[in-house]
Design a binder for this molecule. Structure first.
Ligand SMILES: Cc1cc2nc3c(=O)[nH]c(=O)nc-3n(C[C@H](O)[C@H](O)[C@H](O)COP(=O)(O)O)c2cc1C
Length: 371
C-alpha cells in the first residue's frame, strides 16, 4: 500500500513526468480481427466496413502503407509515402503489392456482401498517390464467401512447417486464384527446396548485416507491447528467431550493436529452416516492370493467401532474395522464370497456428466526404 501510495504521490508531484509517461504509454485504436457477415445498411457504415476488411491485409513489415478516401459510393486507395521502406523496397514494388492485397480484401468483402465492385487503376494518372478507385452497385448474388471467411483467419506464419508436400488438388485450387497477368512458379522437390533455402539464408543475412536495410527492419520491429501500442510493425516474437536472439533481440537486431551478427544468423537460419520445412515454395511474378502489374500481383498474392488459409495451409513470404537485387537472377533461374519480374516468394505447408499482428483502426486511415 505504502509503495502504491508513494508512487501515486510522486507522479502527482511531478506532473510533467507523469504526462510524458502517459504519452509514451498511449495506445492507438486497433482494428478488430472480425467482419460483419451482412453488409451495414448505411452507405457510410458500408464504406467503413469495406475498409475494415482492407486493413486486415498483409503488408511489408506490417507498415500498412495505405489511406482511404471515401466519396459517396466510391473508395479511393491512396499510397502513404510516410510508410514506404526506402532501404528495403527502393522501387516500391513491395508497397504496391501491399496496396494490391488491401484492394483485394476490399473487393472480396464487397462481393461476399452481394455488391458488384468495379476498379479503376491509377485514376488521375496516379496523382495524389491514388492507386485505385473502387465503385460499386448493389443487388448481386453473394460471391467469394469462402475467401471472405478467411480474411480474419489469414496470417503470416514463420513457424517451422511439418515437411509434408501439398496435395495436387490443393495446388490446383491455389493456382486457380491467379488470373491473367501475374504468374505462379512452383518448387517442391526436396533438393530444389534445400537449394532455395540456402539462397534465402544468404539474402536475409545480407539484409540484416547491411546498415541501411538492417536499420530499417529494426525500426519496424516491435518489442514488448509496442506493436499493440502503435498498431503497426512486426512483434519480435512473430519473427520466430532462435539462439541468443530469442533472449536479447533488442541488442541482436540493432545494427549499431556488435551483437547484430547473432541477429543476422538467427534471421537467416529462420529463413533457411522455414523453406526446408515447407511442402512447396511459390514465386509470384509479373510479365513486366510496371506499377499496375505490381498492384495486380498483390491482389493475386492475397487471393492465394486467403485460399491457402481456407485449405488449412500456412504460408510465409520470404522476399529477401527479391529485395536484395544481386540474388534476383539466381532466384528466377531456380523457378524457370528468367526475364520476368519477381514480386513475392512464399513458402507453404502445415504448421501450428500463430497469433495475429495489430492493425491501425479504420478511423486512423480513412477520410469521408459525402454529399
Ligand atoms: C510485399 C510483402 C513482403 C513481405 N516480405 C516478408 C518477408 O520477407 N519475410 C516475412 O517473414 N514476412 C514478409 N511479409 C509478411 C509481412 O511481414 C506481414 O504481412 C505483416 O507483418 C502483417 O502480418 P500478417 O500477415 O500476419 O497479418 C511480407 C508481406 C508483404 C505484403
Amino acid at each position: 500500500m505504502v509503495v502504491v501510495g508513494g508512487a501515486a504521490a510522486y507522479a502527482m508531484l511531478r506532473p510533467g513526468l507523469g504526462l510524458a509517461r502517459k504519452a509514451a504509454r498511449a495506445y492507438v485504436p486497433l482494428q478488430p480481427w472480425s467482419l460483419p457477415s451482412e453488409p451495414p445498411a448505411s452507405p457510410v457504415e458500408l464504406a467503413r466496413a469495406l475498409i475494415g476488411a482492407a486493413v486486415l491485409a498483409p503488408s511489408d513489415w506490417n507498415a500498412q502503407p495505405w489511406r482511404f478516401e471515401v466519396e459517396n459510393s466510391s473508395i479511393r486507395l491512396v499510397a502513404d509515402p510516410q510508410r514506404a521502406l526506402p532501404a528495403n523496397d527502393p522501387d516500391r514494388r513491395g508497397m504496391m503489392v501491399s496496396l494490391g492485397a488491401a484492394l483485394e480484401n476490399l473487393l472480396v468483402a464487397a462481393r461476399a456482401w452481394g455488391l458488384q465492385p468495379t476498379v479503376t487503376y491509377f485514376p488521375f494518372e496516379g496523382a495524389g498517390g491514388v492507386v485505385a478507385e473502387v465503385a460499386w452497385t448493389g443487388g448481386e448474388a453473394h460471391r467469394d464467401r469462402g475467401l471472405f471467411a478467411a480474411i480474419p483467419e489469414r496470417r503470416t506464419n514463420r513457424r517451422e512447417y511439418d515437411h509434408r508436400g501439398l496435395l495436387p488438388e490443393h495446388r490446383a485450387q491455389l493456382g486457380a486464384q491467379v488470373a491473367e497477368g501475374p504468374r505462379l512458379h512452383w518448387v517442391d522437390e526436396p533438393r530444389a527446396l534445400r537449394e532455395l533455402a540456402d539462397l534465402a539464408r544468404d539474402a536475409v543475412h545480407t539484409q540484416v548485416m547491411d546498415r541501411r536495410t538492417g536499420a530499417e527492419q529494426y525500426a519496424w520491429t516491435r518489442f514488448d507491447d509496442q506493436a499493440r501500442r502503435r498498431g503497426d510493425g512486426v512483434p519480435v516474437d512473430a519473427l520466430e528467431l532462435g539462439g541468443v536472439t530469442r533472449w536479447f533481440a533488442g541488442r541482436c537486431l540493432d545494427p549499431n550493436s556488435w551483437l547484430v551478427r547473432f541477429g543476422a544468423a538467427s534471421a537467416a537460419g529462420q529463413a533457411r529452416d522455414g523453406i526446408r520445412s515447407a511442402g512447396a515454395a511459390v514465386l509470384v511474378t509479373a510479365p513486366k516492370r510496371d506499377e499496375a502489374q505490381w498492384l495486380m500481383a498483390g491482389q493475386a498474392y492475397e487471393r492465394f493467401a486467403l485460399k491457402a488459409t481456407q485449405l488449412g495451409l500456412a504460408h510465409q513470404p520470404v522476399n529477401a532474395p527479391i529485395e536484395v537485387e544481386r540474388f534476383r537472377g539466381d532466384l528466377l533461374r531456380r523457378f524457370g522464370a528468367r526475364g520476368e519480374e519477381p514480386l513475392m516468394l512464399l513458402r507453404l505447408g502445415r504448421a501450428k497456428r500463430c497469433p495475429h499482428t495489430p492493425r491501425r483502426a479504420v478511423a486512423l486511415v480513412a477520410s469521408f466526404r459525402t454529399t
